[in-house]
Unconditional design. Structure first.
Length: 118
């Protein structure tokens, strides 16, 4: 059974940094695209970043240059390093997985709250 567990969220001041982790179980990262999404109440879910063997890393324009996605295959974990955080980055962050070559993310974590505020 595919399972994803996010961690690393919290409260940070504007300009600060956080690293989110997405621990995967029940499958290996090599065969999947792992994406990070975020959603703030009242707003639509937004794709933030994704990583795969075939396409490497991609980023939303809103986070390009500030966020870095990476993976540790030995730990079956994907990370999202977030720097120069802004109040508008406040949201619940989710990681998700879809098999390489498919279009639908069908496994989701429970989410981790990131709040950027002074």
């Amino acid at each position: 059974q595919l399972q994803l567990v996010e961690s690393g969220g919290g409260l940070v001041q504007p300009g600060g940094s956080l690293r989110l982790s997405c621990a995967a179980s029940g499958f290996t990262l090599d065969d999947y695209v792992i994406g990070w999404f975020r959603q703030d109440p009242g707003k639509e879910r937004e794709g933030v970043s994704a990583i795969s063997n075939s396409d490497g890393a991609i980023y939303a324009n809103s986070v390009k240059g500030r966020f870095t996605i990476s993976r540790d295959n030995a730990k079956n974990t994907v990370y999202l390093q977030m720097s120069s955080l802004k109040p508008e980055d406040t949201a619940v962050y989710y990681c998700s997985a879809r098999p390489t070559g498919t279009m639908v993310y069908d496994a989701w974590g429970q989410g981790t709250q990131v709040t950027v505020s002074s």
